[in-house]
Design a binder for this molecule. Structure first.
Ligand code: KG4
Ligand code: ZN
Length: 342
């Protein structure tokens, strides 16, 4: 079954075609350049550019594979979380294609896409820990089995990609600053500055994260001036690593699970990959770089998992939502049974 996945939760327009858990083709367009002068994403510009570029991205994807759109067996689209205007573009295109081609459609949680991105290049046996680190989220969960996740903790303030981008913006780097700052982090001394990494002791909160304190400390150093940029950024990435590793170790101590999949845009960090892989007693896994940041392939892969198990969305009901929790997707139905899944 060839599944077409559509991802438009932020400024990217990406599509992928997956068959038997392999990504056959993927295309991505970004409106990054149009947001440059504003220092962050302008939602209306992102949505307008997505509408504009959609036919070209789809055409490119289909032509690369030398197939026709009618050869697709099903569609899968990100419904949230993300920018509603951008998500709506993807959802409306997917709805229209599914209706006209008379093919099944499934609406997917973007985070589930990141969780599944690990399978394109790795074989891991369940259960394992999954750490989602992206521009909008920092979540630690146990991936128990296909489509089964146990959320353990998340950030109570900024996501780790968010503080990297905010500090980058303060230092006049172009948004998103992750890739550029990651290069600096590799050159500096990670132990030069010591930043406090908060720990949560309360029950049910012990796996949460907080990054806003680190951000404030760094912004204060920048304000005072006279700092070494490489050492500062290296110490920032090290503090992020420490904070993430503290909770991974806690989960290991209570469950014995020492396999960890790290996904989401920040998992593309070479600094973090290197330092995680140096951890003895743990097995770390990462998606290939093209599947770390937002992409249509991962959405197609989750779509395939649901569709092959008989789940579907109703094309008349499916909608875009700005916030959406993992395990609580109101637009997925078990075919022939009715009723909500999740
Ligand atoms: O998953 P993603 O593409 O979009 C969201 O779902 O948010 O993640 C984007 C985030 C941005 O904060 C970006 O700065 C960060 O991923 N990022 C990186 C790297 N490449 C992208 N952070 C650190 N190192 C990188 N190489
Ligand atoms: Zn993402």
């Amino acid at each position: 079954m060839k599944i077409l996945g559509i991802e438009t939760s932020c400024d990217d327009t990406s599509m992928g075609i997956v068959e038997n858990e392999k990504c056959l083709s993927m295309t991505r367009a970004t409106s990054e350049d149009f947001h440059k002068k504003y220092g962050g994403i302008v939602p209306e510009i992102a949505a307008r550019k997505q509408l504009e570029v959609f036919p070209y991205v789809l055409d490119d994807l289909i032509n690369k594979l030398n197939i026709k759109i009618e050869d697709i067996d099903g569609l899968s689209v990100t419904i949230g979380p993300g920018l509603v205007g951008s998500l709506l573009v993807g959802v409306e295109v997917a709805r229209t294609l599914a209706y006209s081609l008379e093919k099944p459609l499934i609406g997917i949680n973007h985070l589930e896409g990141h969780i599944y991105s690990i399978f394109f290049d790795n074989k891991i046996e369940f259960p394992f820990q999954t750490l989602i680190i992206s521009g909008g989220h920092t979540i630690l969960l146990i991936f128990e089995d296909h489509l089964k996740y146990k959320i353990l903790g998340e950030t109570v303030d900024d996501a780790c990609g968010e503080i990297i981008d905010k500090i980058g913006r303060r230092l006049n780097f172009q948004y998103p600053a992750g890739e550029e700052l990651d290069k600096l982090a590799l050159k500096g001394d990670p132990l030069y500055y010591k930043f406090s990494t908060p720990r949560f002791k309360e029950k049910n909160k012990e796996y949460n994260f907080s990054f806003s304190g680190i951000k404030t400390e760094i912004l204060n150093i920048i304000k005072k001036g006279n700092f070494n940029l490489e050492n500062l950024i290296s110490s920032l990435f090290y503090a992020i690593y420490e904070s993430l590793m503290n909770n991974i170790k806690k989960v290991y101590n209570s469950t014995g699970i020492n396999k960890i999949s790290v996904v989401g845009g920040v998992s593309a960090s070479k600094f973090l990959r290197k330092i995680f892989l140096e951890e003895k007693n743990f097995e770390f896994y990462f998606p290939s770089f093209s599947f770390s940041t937002d992409n249509g392939g991962m959405i197609a892969l989750v779509g395939e998992e649901y569709l092959k198990r008989g789940y579907e969305s109703n094309i008349f009901e499916i909608d875009a939502v700005s916030s959406l929790e993992i395990n609580k997707n109101p637009f997925i139905y078990k075919k022939n049974l009715g009723g909500n899944y999740g």
